[in-house]
Design a binder for this molecule. Structure first.
Ligand SMILES: [Zn+2]
Ligand SMILES: [Zn+2]
Ligand SMILES: [Zn+2]
Length: 155
């Protein structure tokens, strides 16, 4: 290539010849790249965008796969994947469910999925039964002891 450039500098070779050579050398890979892009048409999820009605497609981003509108960038809809909730039992204080949660410090606890409307939460795993003494939720401790979350009842 450097030799070619020297020749251009010398005026011994005309530009278009060099360009022609350039395209001959690079065209196959350009074509290949183009075809790869075409083949990489994002996979449809079968769902429709709630914003514009276009197909939702699976895209790959820096942080992994995500589902977005195929009408991007006109429509910037991105589906927020709901984290799978592990239901433990019904909430004793509302019609919600007690689910596994993590505290800000990463500690596992059990709270109502209607939070913040319902602030019911337990550090120990509720078993879905009520205390025969006070009617509060019975929980199972790490040591597999079933006790009341409110009074001193132990099963
Ligand atoms: Zn859309
Ligand atoms: Zn609740
Ligand atoms: Zn109790």
């Amino acid at each position: 290539m450097e030799g070619d450039l020297d020749k251009i500098a010398d005026g011994k070779k005309v530009w278009y010849q060099t360009l022609d050579k350039f395209y001959k050398e690079f065209e196959p890979s350009l074509k290949e790249a183009f075809e790869t892009v075409m083949k990489k048409e994002p996979e449809k999820t079968g769902e429709k965008c709630p914003n514009c009605g276009s197909d939702l497609v699976i895209r790959k981003g820096r942080y992994g796969q995500f589902v977005a509108c195929s009408n991007y960038p006109t429509c910037k809809y991105i589906k927020q994947e709901k984290k799978e909730e592990i239901e433990i039992c019904n909430c004793p204080n509302c019609d919600g469910k007690i689910i596994e949660k993590k505290s800000r410090k990463g500690k596992l606890f059990y709270g109502c999925n209607n939070y913040p409307k319902c602030k019911t939460a337990f550090w120990d795993k509720p078993i879905g039964e009520k205390c025969p003494q006070c009617g509060e939720m019975l929980v199972e401790t790490k040591k597999k002891v079933i006790k009341c979350s409110a009074c001193d009842y132990v099963k």
